[in-house]
Design a protein around this ligand. Sequence first.
Ligand SMILES: [Zn+2]
Length: 124
Amino acid sequence: MTCPCGSEKDFEHCCALIHSGQQKASTAELLMRARYSAFVVANIDFLYNSFHPSTRRFQNKQDIKSWATANSWMALEIVKSTQQTVEFKAQYKDEDGVLQIHHEKSNFKELQGNWYYVDGRLIN
Ligand SMILES: [Zn+2]
């Protein structure tokens, strides 16, 4: 399948390599894209493990799983990315089939050569 992250590459040659650890997300944006793809394929472990250690302890795999699987993820649009932030819009259909847009500006930090998602702020 085409990678859900919008790269137009094959999933196996894109975010799947990051999910499996064969390739590192070398930028915050690449990690953001891989996290979006992980929502699409419900890779809960990747979503959990890509949280920065400072915020990971507030996460719960069951909550991540509920959010990932309750919605149908339609498309990712990167609005703006800098070295440590990514603003994006994720389109999804909620449990009632209503199209929603999750618009967020996220913060990322690098730790020992790996990028991690720290937190994000919703933009309305
Ligand atoms: Zn991808």
